[in-house]
Design a protein around this ligand. Structure first.
Ligand code: ADP
Ligand code: ASP
Ligand code: MG
Length: 418
C-alpha cells in the first residue's frame, strides 16, 4: 500500500483538486491512502474564526465565517453541477460548526481551536472524495477522528499508538482507495484534537507505520527537499537523497518542508519517503531512506524567523548550574516556549525560543522574579548543516550576528536584521 499526502498548496483551488485525480491516474489509485490537509491557507482562516469568537467580535466573526464559506463554495461551483449533493454536504458541515459556536459555553482556547479548525480538513476531504467519486474513481472517506486517537492536550495532542494502530489496521482496507484528514485526531471523550500546525505529514507517517506501507509520498509545490527554503534564498539545489537521520535533523532545526514527527515512525519500519512535485510528475523528487546521509553534499540553510533571544543570569552571582537551569526549563515548559538554541556560561544562560503560543510575556514576568533577565524580540535563527566558510559568510551578511554556536556538522547564528 502507498500513502499520498496532499498539503494545502496542492488543493488551493479547483485545478488542484483535478490534479489529484490526474496524479492518481498516473500513479495508480488502488492500494492507496490519501492524507489531505485543509485547502490553501484555510487553517489560518479557521484560526481567525476562533479568534473573533473568543474576542466576542461579532462583526469579524461573521466576516471570517463568510470568508471560509465563500472560499469553499467557489471551489465546489468550479468542480460540480449546481444540483450536486456536495452543496448540501458542505452546508451541513458549516451548519454543524456554526451550531457548535452558538451552543458552546466552554472558554478554553485550545479546546475551541481544535473543535473549529478541524473543519478545514473535514471540508477538503469531503470535496476531494466527492469529486473523485463524481469522475468514477471509487473511494472511501473516513473520519480520522475515530482512527487517530490522542490524549486531550488540545492543539498539541500526543498519539495513543496502541489504540490507533489497532483501529487503523482493522478499519482500513489496504486494497482500496481511502481518504482521511491530516492534522486532526480524536480523544475517546468524543472531542476533536489536533497534532500541531503542519501536522498532516505526521498523519501520513502514522498511517504508513500502522499499515506497513510500501512507501509515502508528500506532494509539494517544490521539486523535493531543497538545500534551503526557496522563499528565503535565491539559489537552491534539489537534494536527491537524504537519510532519515538527516531529515530529522533538518526538520528539527525548522526546515518547514516536512513535519519533524513524521520521520520516526517510518524510519522504524524502514518505509521510504518521497517528496515530489505535484506540478511535475516526471521529476523523481527527493528520496528519504536509510543509507547515504545527503546527496549532493551541500550546505543546507534553515531559518526560524521571529524568535526571542532571552539572556538570564543569577542575581547573587551563583553559578548557572543544574538547579538554576532546571528552574528555567520548568518555566519554559510551563509557558510552552519551544527552545531552539541554548548557550550557557558560568553565570549566564541564553536561550532562543519560539513564542508560538504568545506566552512569552507571562514567562518573562515570572522569570524576572528570580533571575536577572533581558530579551530581544524579532530575531532570526539561521542553521547551516554541512556548513562551509562561504555559506557562513552569506548568513553573517544578512544582519548583525548576535550569537553563534558551531559544532561538527551544524552552525547556528542568531541574526538581528538591520
Ligand atoms: P503544504 O501545503 O504541502 O503543507 P507548505 O507550504 O507547508 O506545503 O510547504 C511547502 C513549502 O515549504 C515550499 O513551497 C517551500 O517554500 C517551503 N520550504 C521550506 N524549506 C524547504 C526546503 N528545505 N525544501 C523545499 N521547500 C522548503
Ligand atoms: N492544515 C494544517 C495546517 O495548515 C495541517 C497541515 O497542513 O499539515 O497547519
Ligand atoms: Mg504545510
Amino acid at each position: 500500500m502507498k500513502i499520498f499526502k496532499f498539503g494545502g498548496a496542492s488543493i488551493k483551488d479547483a485545478l488542484g483538486v483535478k490534479n489529484i485525480a490526474h496524479i492518481l491516474h498516473q500513479e495508480g489509485a488502488s492500494n492507496c491512502l490519501l492524507v489531505i490537509s485543509a485547502m490553501g491557507k484555510m487553517t489560518n482562516a479557521f484560526e481567525n474564526i476562533v479568534n473573533s469568537y473568543v474576542n466576542n467580535d461579532q462583526e469579524k466573526l461573521t466576516e471570517s465565517i463568510d470568508f471560509t464559506i465563500n472560499y469553499h463554495t467557489k471551489i465546489i461551483s468550479d468542480l460540480f453541477q449546481d444540483e450536486h449533493e456536495i452543496h448540501q454536504n458542505i452546508t451541513i458541515l458549516f451548519g454543524e460548526m456554526i451550531h457548535f459556536l452558538a451552543k458552546n459555553i466552554a472558554k478554553e482556547y485550545d479546546y475551541l481551536y481544535d473543535q473549529i479548525v478541524c473543519y478545514g480538513e473535514l471540508l477538503s476531504t469531503t470535496i476531494v472524495s466527492e469529486y473523485l467519486t463524481d469522475i468514477g474513481v471509487t473511494n472511501t472517506w473516513k473520519d480520522v477522528r475515530k482512527l487517530v486517537i490522542t490524549d486531550a492536550v488540545y492543539r498539541d495532542a500526543t498519539l495513543n499508538w496502541l489504540e490507533t494502530e489497532q483501529l487503523i489496521k482493522t478499519q482500513i482496507d489496504s486494497s482500496k482507495l481511502t481518504i482521511v484528514q491530516g492534522f486532526i485526531g480524536g480523544h475517546s471523550n468524543g472531542n476533536t484534537t489536533t497534532l500541531g500546525r503542519e501536522g498532516s505529514d505526521y498523519t501520513a507517517g502514522i498511517f504508513a507505520y500502522c499499515l506497513d506501507a510500501k512507501n509515502v509520498t508528500i506532494w509539494k509545490d517544490v521539486l523535493g527537499v531543497l538545500n534551503a527554503d526557496p522563499r528565503e534564498f535565491k539559489e537552491t539545489q534539489l537534494l536527491n537523497h537524504i537519510s532519515y537521520e538527516e531529515t530529522i535533523e533538518m526538520a528539527f532545526y525548522g526546515a518547514s518542508v516536512i513535519h519533524p514527527k513524521t520521520i520516526k515512525p517510518i524510519q522504524n519500519k524502514q518505509i521510504p519517503l518521497y517528496v515530489r512535485s505535484f506540478n511535475d510528475l516526471n521529476s523523481p523528487g527527493t528520496k528519504v531512506s536509510s543509507g547515504i546521509t545527503i546527496d549532493p553534499i551541500v550546505p543546507c540553510f534553515i531559518v526560524k524567523k521571529n524568535q526571542v533571544l532571552i539572556s538570564i543570569s543569577t542575581r547573587d552571582f551563583s553559578f548557572m548550574v543544574e538547579d538554576n537551569i532546571s528552574d528555567i526549563f520548568k518555566l519554559l515548559h510551563t509557558y510552552q516556549l519551544r527552545v531552539n538554541l541554548i548557550q550557557n556560561s558560568a553565570i549566564s544562560f541564553s536561550v532562543c525560543v519560539d513564542n508560538r503560543f504568545n506566552h512569552f510575556d507571562q514567562f518573562y514576568d515570572e522569570i524576572k522574579l528570580v533571575f536577572k533577565a533581558s530579551f530581544i524580540k524579532g530575531v532570526d535563527l539561521y542553521t547551516v548543516r554541512h556548513f562551509t566558510n562561504n555559506s557562513l559568510n552569506k548568513i553573517h551578511n544578512l544582519g548583525r550576528s548576535i550569537l553563534s554556536q558551531i559544532n561538527k556538522n551544524t552552525a547556528q547564528i542568531i541574526i538581528q536584521k538591520k
